[in-house]
Write a protein that binds this ligand. Structure first.
Ligand code: PMV
Length: 310
């Protein structure tokens, strides 16, 4: 038996604009994890995936080409020099990362799956190759992903990401804390990304400017993180959220949690990920974390937890 794990992630600055070539910053979230276990399954050729959380059993050889988990297995095995028919394996997937909530569950499950396969088959895969394999899965989940999710989840470091540029991990000058609160409203990133793209096509100048402004916020965020100016991060998160509202990817549930976090003493708050639902993130002082948590729960959050960055 072999096991692979991967964390979730949140986007601190730059979602949506990152799909259109602007920079963004994301950090791994170790409190939530995807886990994959691989065992030999003698007498049964191929790979069977048991996705426990969604109650699905997938036979990789007979799954549709665009089914993301089996596509991940096929691609990973090919990279490792195997064909599906060469192996006899059973994979079990479990994840504490809510699906369609902006925490990178698709990338984490795929990463854990490939790590478990590598461990079981005794083969190594470097992080850049693993990230590229998971990116292919992300395309099946998300349509036109920027690549920020797979990069953050695979490298398990805060990243400053810009499509087509070398990956840049961030040194965190001073640690800071984020409260992460779930609206409980599932939202497909694919749909939000497609809507923003359609808006860009209708009004290229207006949306191009909004993306530029978001990219500048991400750049200022990078400098603040690296220089340990954590007090600048809250206002930057608020500024980013204002721009996301103008992209029409916020929602009443997200706004209610943002207001609640502010009541609890958070220094800034925004949606994280595709938006329209999913998770809200708020910058908190360790001393205010309990109050922020309580306010968010009272405002309808399904789950709230705090993660330390750096
Ligand atoms: O919803 P998530 O966690 O998959 O984040 C999506 C972030 C976007 O910028 C909206 C899309 C992307 O591919 O970068």
């Amino acid at each position: 038996m072999a096991e692979g794990r991967a964390p979730g992630k949140v986007i601190l600055f730059g979602e949506h604009a990152v799909v259109h070539g602007r920079p963004a910053i994301a950090v791994p979230v170790m409190e939530v994890q995807a886990r994959a276990q691989v065992i030999d399954s003698p007498g049964r050729r191929g790979v069977t995936i048991h996705a426990e959380d969604i109650g699905q059993v997938i036979d990789v050889a007979n799954a549709p080409q665009d089914e993301p988990l089996s596509a991940t297995v096929r691609l990973a095995l090919a990279r490792l020099g195997f064909r599906v028919g060469d192996v006899q394996l059973q994979v079990t997937l479990r994840s504490s990362i809510p699906v369609a909530s902006g925490l990178g569950s698709g990338a984490a499950v795929a990463t854990a799956l490939v790590r478990a396969l590598c461990a079981h088959l005794g083969r190594a895969m470097d992080a850049a190759t693993l990230s590229a394999v998971v990116y292919e899965t992300e395309k099946l989940f998300h349509g036109t992903p920027s690549g920020i999710d797979n990069t953050t989840v695979v490298f398990e470091q805060p990243v400053y990401f810009c499509q087509g540029q070398p990956i840049r991990t961030l040194k965190v000058g001073r640690p800071f804390w984020l409260a992460i609160a779930d609206t409980g409203v599932p939202s497909l990133t694919k749909v939000a990304v497609a809507d923003v793209r359609a808006a860009l096509e209708r009004e290229p100048e207006r949306y191009g400017r909004l993306f530029d402004e978001i990219g500048m916020v991400a750049d200022r965020g990078r400098r603040a993180i690296e220089e340990g100016r954590t007090e600048s991060l809250g206002p930057l998160m608020d500024e980013n959220q204002d721009l996301l509202r103008r992209l029409d990817v916020s929602s009443p549930e997200l706004e209610a949690l943002i207001a609640a976090a502010r009541r609890g003493g958070a220094q800034g708050a925004k949606l994280s990920g595709g938006g329209r639902g999913g998770n809200m993130i708020a910058l908190v002082q360790a001393a205010d974390a309990d109050r922020v948590q309580a306010e968010c729960l009272a405002a309808g959050a399904k789950r709230v937890f705090v993660t330390k960055v750096g």
